[in-house]
Design a protein around this ligand. Structure first.
Ligand SMILES: [Cu+2]
Length: 468
């Protein structure tokens, strides 16, 4: 009797604090955890009575969809805010805060018109809340700590409950100590599918989603620095970096949708090779067809979502990346001096006597970094990394591939391997007509005796330079 009173009392207190109705007194939904950073197969709801309307599920890059239970016509979810360890790339582990074992948290997928109840349990060392970015909902469910609700204290569980009123792509993240909690990886995606046919939402064969996020993890350490505003050194998609990001796979001719949300503190021009796409929706809703235009890059500003669509009608392995070249790099500091054109001859031996192991780098550009087997500090990843069928792919961070294949089966998201190019369709070396034309451009700097205003220009044809 005492025991029962105790539990009833505890539940009543939690409910009173959350200000939600009595249905909450029922047992909490099971907490589903995911510890693998592998991309989960699309989650199709169980075919139980009242499971809701069917839809084409999304696939979260290196992520998963949170299962729900149906209770009295309400879809119930249980999110647990907690410390997690995320593998950002093979061998590179970072201490983050996330939800249900991962950062980002699981994707929540519902259908327009669904009544949704989300239990949020706080296992962090400080209070938190969840804001449902972009959703139409009652003001008290909007999740801004202090403004719309009291904070969820450590150890407590709150309930959010509302109807998913409009279809689209949304994000969720704390609105409590945002700087720290988002820098630690607390975020997730929410997809509301349209009920029935929607004039502005086409059916697609593949529907991918991911969040742009960023971390500042000192090489050799495991915990992000949370006060960094712009100089992050880890630029990631769903808390993963190339070569750890799953490729987007499509069958030739598929209509593909990609939903990209930005919860970093700078914009990211997301670029896809080989196809043209249209922005068919934002976090504000579907874009009218008359307002769409073809693009190959779309800038996703801070706090925005861009939903893009294309027909995968060109077979191959197409690069897909943020077009800011520093965002396709690994964890190297930006304090490295530019060494292009600097003549190191005669210097290395002397430097190595003072600094054993000193290495000349960068005097021909930085491409050598992609192939160099440098000894890295513990727990980081190379600045340029990943190997393709033709050598090092000199990228890291926000980079992956779009793999389009004629023989990819419908619903098969597995990596088909590298593209076999039809004979005669690949760039190749040409036999040089003269020895002179094969000369590489000079790399030495101007003579030390030259006046400061003088520059030597050499043309690729091997013509001697002329002065300016
Ligand atoms: Cu970027």
């Amino acid at each position: 009797m005492k025991r029962r009173h105790f539990f009833a009392g505890a539940a009543a207190t939690a409910v009173a604090a959350s200000g939600v109705n009595r249905v909450a007194l029922a047992a909490l939904p099971e907490v589903v955890q995911q510890t693998s950073p592998d991309m989960a197969a699309p989650w199709t709801p169980p075919g139980v009575t009242g499971a809701g309307r069917p839809y084409q599920p999304v696939v979260t890059l290196n992520g998963w969809t949170l299962p729900w239970r149906m209770k009295d016509g309400v879809k119930e979810f249980h999110l647990v805010a907690e410390p997690v360890v995320r593998e950002m790339a093979p061998g590179f582990l970072v201490n983050m805060w996330g939800y249900n074992g991962q950062s980002p948290g699981p994707t929540i997928e519902v259908v327009e018109g669904d009544r949704v109840r989300i239990y949020v349990t706080n296992r962090l060392p400080e209070h938190t809340t969840i804001h449902w970015h972009g959703q139409r909902l009652p003001n008290g469910m909007d999740g801004v700590g202090g403004l719309n609700q009291p904070q969820i204290q450590p150890g407590k569980t709150f309930i959010y409950e509302f109807v998913a009123r409009r279809p689209g792509t949304f994000m969720y993240h704390p609105h409590a100590d945002e700087m720290t909690q988002m820098a630690m990886g607390m975020m997730g995606l929410w997809v509301t599918h349209p009920k029935g046919r929607h004039p502005l939402i086409d059916e697609v064969q593949r529907d991918y989603c991911f969040l742009l996020n960023a971390f500042d993890v000192e090489p050799g350490s495991m915990t992000p620095q949370v006060n960094t505003m712009l100089e992050h050194n880890i630029w990631s998609w769903n808390s993963r970096v190339f070569p750890g990001i799953t490729p987007l796979v499509a069958r030739l001719g598929d209509r593909v949708r990609v939903r990209v949300g930005n919860l970093t503190m700078t914009n990211h021009p997301v670029h896809i090779h080989g196809i043209e796409f249209e922005v068919t929706g934002t976090d504000g809703g579907p874009v009218p067809k008359s307002a769409r235009w073809p693009e190959v890059t779309t800038d996703v500003a801070v706090g925005q979502m861009r939903q893009i669509e294309f027909i995968a009608d060109e077979p191959g392995d197409w690069a897909m990346h943020c077009h800011k070249s520093h965002h396709t790099m690994g964890a190297m500091g930006h304090g490295v001096p530019t060494m292009i054109g600097v003549d190191h001859r005669g210097l290395v031996g002397r430097l190595q006597r003072a600094v054993p192991g000193y290495m000349v780098m960068g005097e021909r550009g930085m491409a050598d970094m992609g192939e160099m087997e440098m000894e890295l500090p513990h727990n980081t990843f190379p600045m340029m990394t990943g190997t393709g069928p033709y050598g090092a792919i000199e990228m890291g961070g926000m980079f992956t591939t779009l793999k389009v294949r004629a023989d990819q089966k419908a619903g098969d998201y597995s990596d088909p391997g590298w593209f076999a190019m039809p004979p005669g369709t690949q760039a190749r070396e040409v036999a040089t007509p003269t020895a002179e034309a094969a000369q590489p451009p000079a790399t030495t700097a101007e003579p030390a005796t030259a006046p400061a205003t003088r520059a030597t220009v050499r043309k690729p044809q091997g013509n001697s330079g002329h002065a300016h």
